[in-house]
Write a protein that binds this ligand. Structure first.
Ligand SMILES: [Zn+2]
Ligand SMILES: [Zn+2]
Ligand SMILES: [Zn+2]
Length: 305
C-alpha cells in the first residue's frame, strides 16, 4: 500500500487512513501531524449570506484596528483583533485546530489576538516588512503564452527572505508570556508548514512547472509517498457524534474528525513482562512499565519490523 508521507513527530507512525480535514491528525496517537495543502484548497464555504456578513464585519474591524495602530493604542488594537478572531472562528469553525478543546477556545482567541498585536507593534517589524517588500519588488517577470510568470532566481530570493522572517517571527512569538498554549496545541513545525502552505498556494499560479517543483521542495511541501505493509483498519462509530472512525490496528488514541472527541483504545502491553499499562494523559514515544519499569514503546505496529 502506498500512502502520502506524513510522519507523526510524536510517535513516528505514518498516516494510513484517508485524510478528511486539512489538519492531519495521527491515526495512532491523535497528535496534530501536519497541514495538508491539497485539502486546504477545498475551502469550507459557510454560504454566501454568512460570507457577506463576515466580509462586512471584517472590513469594519480592520478599519478600527488600523486606526488604533495609528494612535499607538495597543489595547484598542488587541480588542479589535480579539473581535476579529471571535467572528472568524464562529463563521469558519473548520479552521479551529482539532487539538483545541472547546474550553480552550476562548484562550485560543486571546492567543491569536495577542500574537497579532505583538507583530503589529514589535520593534524591527517595519524593517522585516520592508526587507520582504524589497525582495518581492525585485522579482522579475516574463510572459509565456499570454501568462505572466515569476523568474525563478529572483523569486527564490523572495522565498528565502520570507522563510527567514517567518521562522524568526514564529520562534520569537512562542517565547512570549501567555503563549505557552501554542506549543501545546500547535507545534512550531506545523505552524511553519501552515504558513508556508498558504504562501505556496498563493504563488503556484505564477510559476512554471519546474519552478513549482523547486518551490515545493524548498518549503518541504513536495508530496512524497511511502510503501506500507497491509494494515487492518477497523470502522468504529464515534461515541459522541456517531461519525465513522477509521482505526488502524495498534492505534492507541484517535480523534474524531467530525467532533474532535478523543478516543483511547486499549492498553499498552509491556514487551518485557506482558503487563498491561494504562496510557497516561501526557506521553511520548516510550513510557516506563508500571510493573517492571522497562521502557516500552507506546506504538510499535506497522512501521517497526
Ligand atoms: Zn502519532
Ligand atoms: Zn465524533
Ligand atoms: Zn513490564
Amino acid at each position: 500500500m502506498k500512502v502520502k508521507k506524513f510522519i507523526c513527530q510524536k510517535c513516528g507512525a505514518p498516516k494510513v487512513t484517508k485524510i478528511e480535514t486539512s489538519y492531519v491528525v495521527c491515526d495512532y496517537c491523535a497528535s496534530l501531524v501536519d497541514v495538508d495543502i491539497t485539502m486546504g484548497e477545498k475551502e469550507y464555504d459557510p454560504g454566501s449570506e454568512k460570507t457577506q456578513y463576515f466580509e462586512i464585519q471584517q472590513h469594519y474591524l480592520d478599519h478600527n484596528a488600523a486606526e488604533a495602530f495609528e494612535r499607538g493604542d495597543k489595547q484598542a488594537y488587541y480588542n479589535e483583533r480579539y473581535k476579529f478572531w471571535e467572528l472568524y472562528l464562529n463563521i469558519y469553525p473548520n479552521y479551529i485546530l482539532p487539538t483545541i478543546a472547546p474550553d480552550q477556545l476562548e484562550m485560543w482567541i486571546r492567543v491569536s489576538a495577542h500574537s497579532d498585536t505583538y507583530f503589529q507593534f514589535k520593534e524591527g517589524g517595519d524593517a522585516d516588512r520592508q526587507r520582504q517588500q524589497e525582495a518581492n519588488d525585485a522579482i522579475t517577470w516574463y510572459e509565456k503564452n499570454g501568462q505572466n510568470y515569476a523568474e525563478i532566481n529572483s523569486f527564490m530570493h523572495a522565498v528565502e527572505t520570507y522563510k527567514e522572517v517567518l521562522m524568526s517571527d514564529l520562534t520569537e512569538m512562542r517565547k512570549l508570556e501567555g503563549l505557552a498554549l501554542l506549543n501545546e496545541v500547535f507545534p512550531l513545525e506545523i505552524a511553519l508548514k501552515k504558513e508556508l502552505s498558504s504562501f505556496v498556494q498563493m504563488w503556484l499560479p505564477y510559476l512554471e512547472e519546474e519552478s513549482q517543483n523547486k518551490l515545493l521542495k524548498v518549503t518541504g511541501l513536495a508530496t512524497e509517498y511511502i510503501d506500507l505493509p497491509p494494515i487492518t483498519i477497523k470502522e468504529k462509530p464515534c461515541t459522541n457524534c456517531n461519525h465513522t472512525l477509521h482505526v488502524p490496528e495498534g492505534a492507541i488514541r484517535s480523534r474524531c474528525p467530525e467532533c474532535n472527541t478523543e478516543h483511547t483504545w486499549g492498553k499498552v502491553v509491556c514487551t518485557s513482562c506482558g503487563g498491561e499499562n494504562e496510557l497516561p494523559e501526557k506521553w511520548h514515544e516510550t513510557i516506563s512499565c508500571q510493573y517492571c519499569t522497562s521502557e516500552i514503546r507506546v506504538i510499535t505496529k506497522v512501521f517497526e519490523k
